[in-house]
Design a protein around this ligand. Structure first.
Ligand code: DLL
Length: 436
């Protein structure tokens, strides 16, 4: 454990959260006009919020609120105190902009040091950081986290797959940081280049996050690289990576002394109990530049509080199933890309490289999954491919309760991503636009 607070008694932790929550509400009420107006409209004064039990009385904050106050309108400090700015890619509309004071960067380093410690990384370790450096929080987040625990950080950033492998081998990387899809890509290219993944590399842990990964893909990466899989979860609005990470027991723990999580019903906004699946909502209680009350992440997961053998008392969280806005509704049935991925990893002969294509035929939605075969399947005859295709279609029907058409494509023909993979091609909207 990096910090003893990770194993604190619940009462101690809640007292700390409550104190920090009171301070946060006090600050945003006086420093951020947006929050003052919202709280006034609800008739809430800062003194009404006494403890974490009062959290649900506070209003939600949406991504749209950040966009509406683009770029710096929700900052709670003058720009003189903002020493770093990051931003999310913003595929739809304006990017969301986040700022950090010196204190915020200390908090970030702290939670990233906890993350690195989950994989037992410290002095003497070589951290190969292939998250993108730049406005994206992955690169610099892991960079400073690695330095904070005293490891030697290689700031390799994304791209240049073959050079990455060369550096990992020659510098003796013991930890790899990147998205799970890029880690898979690295393993494929390493095999092609004739590396022996277990003996040519010294990796002991991988810090994978920024996108969902099914348990099947996680296991494939553990096996490929012979490593401990540390999942890293976070989002730029809250801090970047460093909101939660998996301990050696395999449980994702939320660093709730800084970020208080709740699960809500995404339709009604009602708070759900532990163990129930819904949308994750986070309140920051130590951030200075951009404190957020009940930020709706759109990520779907569950929380649970059973004790963990690692000794951490921090709340447990399921791996993210997907984002509510990535959830496909196909003929009325909900489907997450990670569910498709899980089927692919169960069936031998394919790789977890896939694209989900959704079309509309008449009134019905049609779902097709393009899947890359592995090399050995590709060499098999037509008959074997037909059997594999049918097997996948049956498994998808059993697991997802919808009819899926599978199209097997040749190895290494689907586009690879250096960062977050793009899994969905939804052609329904463009078609209806074309028609109208
Ligand atoms: O992806 C921060 C990050 C960088 C996390 C590196 C982990 C590692 P954003 O670009 O703002 O920030 O995207 C945040 O990515 O709301 C989730 O939908 C998704 N995401 C992040 N981590 C995970 C994860 C970074 N472990 C959005 N599993 C979040 C599933 C994840 N989804």
């Amino acid at each position: 454990m990096w910090n003893s607070i990770e194993g604190a008694f619940r009462e101690e932790l809640e007292a700390l959260q409550s104190r920090r929550l009171r301070q946060t509400v006090e600050r945003v009420y006086h420093l951020v006009p947006f929050y003052r107006e919202k709280l006034d409209a609800l008739g809430i004064k800062p003194r009404d919020i006494r403890s974490v039990k009062d959290l649900s009385r506070l209003p939600f904050t949406l991504k749209q609120d950040l966009r509406d106050h683009y770029p710096f309108g929700l900052f709670a400090v003058p720009m003189e105190q903002v020493i770093r700015i990051h931003s999310s890619s913003g595929t739809t509309g304006k990017p969301t902009v986040v700022g950090y004071t010196e204190h915020d960067l200390k908090v970030w380093n702290e939670v990233m040091a906890r993350t690195m410690s989950m994989g037992n990384v410290g002095p003497g370790d070589v951290v190969h950081n292939a998250y993108g450096y730049g406005l994206f929080t992955g690169g610099l987040g892991f960079h400073y986290g690695g330095e904070a625990v005293g490891a030697s950080v290689v700031p390799s950033s994304g791209g240049f797959t073959k050079r990455q492998l060369l550096l990992m081998k020659d510098f003796g990387a013991t930890a790899l940081c990147c998205t799970p899809s890029f880690a898979l890509h690295l393993s494929e290219v390493a095999r092609e280049e004739g590396y022996d993944l277990h003996n040519d590399f010294k990796l002991k842990a991988g810090f994978f996050g920024a996108e969902p990964a099914s348990e099947g893909l996680r296991q494939a990466l553990r096996d490929a690289w012979n490593i401990q899989y540390v999942e890293a979860y976070g989002l730029s609005e809250i801090i970047g990576p460093g909101v939660a990470a998996t301990c050696p027991e395999g449980r994702l723990h939320v660093f709730e002394d800084h970020f208080i999580p709740e699960i809500i019903d995404p339709e009604t906004g009602e708070v759900l109990s532990d163990g129930e699946e819904g949308e994750l909502v986070i309140t920051t209680v130590t951030k200075q530049a951009l404190p957020l009350l009940r930020y709706r992440t759109k990520d779907i997961t569950r929380l649970y509080r059973e004790p963990c053998a690692c000794g951490r008392t921090l709340v447990g969280m399921d791996s993210i199933k997907g984002r509510s806005d990535d959830m496909l509704i196909v003929n009325g049935v909900n489907v997450f890309p990670s569910q498709v991925e899980h089927v692919l990893t169960k069936v031998e002969g394919t790789t977890p490289n896939y694209v989900i294509v959704v079309d509309k035929k008449g009134v019905l939605d049609k779902l097709e999954v393009w899947v890359e075969m592995d090399e050995s399947t590709f060499a098999d005859g037509i008959g074997a491919l037909e059997t594999l295709k049918r097997r996948l279609e049956t498994e998808m029907l059993n697991d997802l309760y919808i009819n899926v058409r599978v199209k097997l494509v040749e190895p290494r023909t689907l586009e690879r991503s250096m960062g977050k993979a793009k899994r969905i091609m939804d052609r329904r909207e463009s078609e209806s636009l074309e028609r109208s």
